[in-house]
Structures are given as structure tokens and as C-alpha cells.
Design a binder for this molecule. Structure first.
Ligand SMILES: Cc1cc2nc3c(=O)[nH]c(=O)nc-3n(C[C@H](O)[C@H](O)[C@H](O)COP(=O)(O)O)c2cc1C
Length: 319
């Protein structure tokens, strides 16, 4: 992808391109300060190769991953498609990543270069070869490696591209996973917030049951939502961008009606107005992926500017 190539451009070059753009909008969320409340969603920097440059592009935080304990190549290509007319992406990547050990070394090597209050989330998952009944052990391994390297940890149980993964969203299954991850956090005496990423279709009674159990157990928040499961050219995968806006927004509304815990809203934020709207609906932070691809590199700055003008989120002065 062209955007991925230029995302690795040197800082001095980007500062020239965006020299009048101001990315500061200090935001308190998840018990810490964020440079601004707009993040790059998981799946773009899966292997921690460009995160050190993302503040120069106007982001206030980035979510790396999804990372699995062992490296894996993901689904065969082609696995990413664009629907330019509807501004949607369709992907069936399947957690292609370099594995926890290699990605952890990259984060360790570069995170000290991050600007003040630029936050780093890490999103973890299970290997495709791990049997679904042994999934908790993969999340435990991911937590063991990343809890002390990130500002928040996301348990991804909602990708449509790993068989049976979404089954892990249900109450009894998610509790098994969260319990081992929380134990890992206690053992390490850390306070890193732990969030769960849900699918936009996971709703109603099932969502309600999971939310109340997770809240009792001590989870810190949610990422809502992942892609919407579907098909394209007879291939199964997930839709994002324009075709996800409505269902992702509705999923946020439903989630916020049932929990007071923090939520990161992601899915179909393709305009700065939609970004503002998510804060009005209760989001603490927002993330973009498809919007950055279709709207261009200046999109995060555009949202920051709109938020500042509309004064819709819980910001503080300065950085
Ligand atoms: C190519 C691609 C790869 C993705 N990979 C991941 C992933 O590894 N883990 C994850 O939690 N979400 C992944 N996502 C989902 C995004 O993080 C996000 O939830 C989704 O794209 C909706 O946001 P958007 O409409 O702004 O793109 C991926 C999305 C795309 C388009």
C-alpha cells in the first residue's frame, strides 16, 4: 500500500508537509493523558515498523497488532480489496504477523523515541493453529510479553478471519481468557488497562451478559468495533469503512447504554463530523483505518481541528 510506504517517511519531511497543522488536543482517557484522542486502528502497523512516525501524521496514539504468540503468514493473497465507490475495504488477512518475540524487540528499541503523551496500544490474538479450547493460553502468552511494553492491551476476540475466534466473545469463553490475562497483570504488579475488542454484530442478550461479567471481573474498557463479516468475490472476510459506519455507531450506542466503562469507537469514521459524533455518543477515544486510506494523510489533523472547533470531547489545554 502506498500509504504504508510513505508512512515510513522521515519526521523532518512530514513536518514540512504538515507544518501548519496542530495535532495537540490533550485528552484524559483510561487513566492517562493522550496527545490527542485520534488513534490509528489495529491492523495497519501489525509488526511495529512505523509507529514511531505516527505522531507526525497527526495521531495521538496507535494500536499495534494483532500479534500472536508465534509468527504466521495469514491467508493466501489476494486478501485485501478496495471498493472505491462506497469507500470500503474488504480484508481477509488472517493475523499475518512476525510473532510476539520479534515485535516486542521492535517496540523496545523504538518506544523511547515517541513524543510526550503519544500512547501505544498493543492488540493480541491467538494463532490460527491453536485449538479454540486452548485460546486462553495464547492470550496469556501475549500478555506476558506486552503488558510492560504498552500503555493499554487489547484482547481481540472479534476478527472474522480466524476460524471460531468470534465464539470467544461469549460470556463463559471471554471470562476464561480475561481471568488469565488479569492474573498475569497482578503477577507483574502492573496497572496497564485491558480492553476487549468486539464485533459490530455481537449485540443483544449475548453482549449484555459478556459486558456485565467483564465489568465485575475488572476489565478497563472496550474497543467497538472490528470489521463486519461478509463476502466479496466468493471469499469470506470483513468489511470496513463506509459500509461499517452505521452498524459500528449503533454498536457503540448499545454498548454505552449498558456500561459506564471507557470505549474506543472505531468503524466507518470517514468524515470529521462522524468523528465528533462518536464523542457525542460517549466514546472516550476514536480510531481510524479506512478513513486514513480514502481521505488521505491529512485526515487525523482534520478531525483534531473539527474537535477543537466543536469542543465536543473532554479535552484539556496544552500538551
Ligand atoms: C487490512 C485490515 C487489517 C486489519 N487487521 C486487524 C487486526 O489485525 N486486528 C484488529 O483488531 N483489527 C484489524 N482490522 C480492523 C480495524 O482495526 C478496524 O476495527 C476496522 O477496519 C474498522 O475501522 P475503519 O472503518 O476505520 O477501517 C483490520 C482492518 C483492515 C482494513
Amino acid at each position: 500500500m502506498v500509504l504504508k510506504l510513505i508512512a515510513g517517511s522521515p519526521s523532518w519531511m512530514l513536518r514540512q508537509v504538515f507544518k501548519n497543522a496542530d495535532d495537540r488536543l490533550l485528552t484524559k482517557a483510561l487513566g492517562m493523558d493522550f496527545r490527542n484522542p485520534i488513534g490509528l486502528a489495529a491492523g495497519f502497523d501489525k509488526n511495529a515498523t512505523i509507529f514511531q512516525n505516527l505522531a507526525d501524521w497527526g495521531f495521538g496514539f496507535a494500536e499495534l497488532g494483532t500479534i500472536t504468540p508465534l509468527p504466521q503468514s495469514g491467508n493466501p493473497k489476494p486478501r485485501l480489496f478496495r471498493d472505491v465507490e462506497r469507500q470500503c475495504l474488504f480484508n481477509r488477512m488472517g493475523f499475518n504477523n512476525d510473532g510476539a518475540q520479534i515485535v516486542a524487540r521492535r517496540i523496545e528499541a523504538k518506544r523511547h523515541k515517541l513524543p510526550k503523551n503519544f500512547r501505544l496500544g498493543v492488540n493480541i490474538g491467538k494463532n490460527a493453529k491453536t485449538e479454540i479450547q486452548n485460546a486462553a493460553e495464547d492470550y496469556r502468552k501475549g500478555a506476558e510479553v506486552f503488558l510492560e511494553l504498552c500503555d493499554y492491551l487489547v484482547l481481540n476476540v472479534s476478527s472474522p478471519n480466524t476460524p471460531a475466534l468470534r465464539f470467544l466473545q461469549t460470556r463463559d469463553e471471554i471470562l476464561k481468557i480475561v481471568e488469565v490475562v488479569l492474573n498475569q497483570r497482578i503477577r507483574k504488579s502492573l496497572s496497564c488497562p485491558i480492553l476487549i475488542k468486539f464485533a459490530p454484530e455481537f449485540r443483544g442478550e449475548e453482549l449484555k451478559q459478556s459486558l456485565s461479567a467483564l465489568e465485575s471481573l475488572g476489565v478497563d474498557g472496550f474497543v467497538i468495533s472490528n470489521t463486519r463479516a461478509g463476502t466479496h468475490r466468493d471469499l469470506a472476510g470483513g468489511w470496513s469503512g463506509g459500509c461499517l459506519s452505521e452498524i459500528s455507531r449503533e454498536a457503540l450506542i448499545e454498548l454505552k447504554s449498558q456500561t459506564g466503562l471507557p470505549a474506543i469507537s472505531v468503524g466507518g469514521i470517514m468524515t470529521s463530523e462522524e468523528g465528533c459524533r462518536r464523542f457525542n455518543l460517549g466514546a472516550d477515544l476514536i480510531q481510524i483505518y479506512s478513513g486514513w486510506v480514502f481521505k488521505g494523510p491529512g485526515f487525523p489533523f482534520e478531525i483534531v481541528k473539527a474537535l477543537r472547533t466543536m469542543n465536543v470531547h473532554k479535552s484539556q489545554e496544552g500538551v
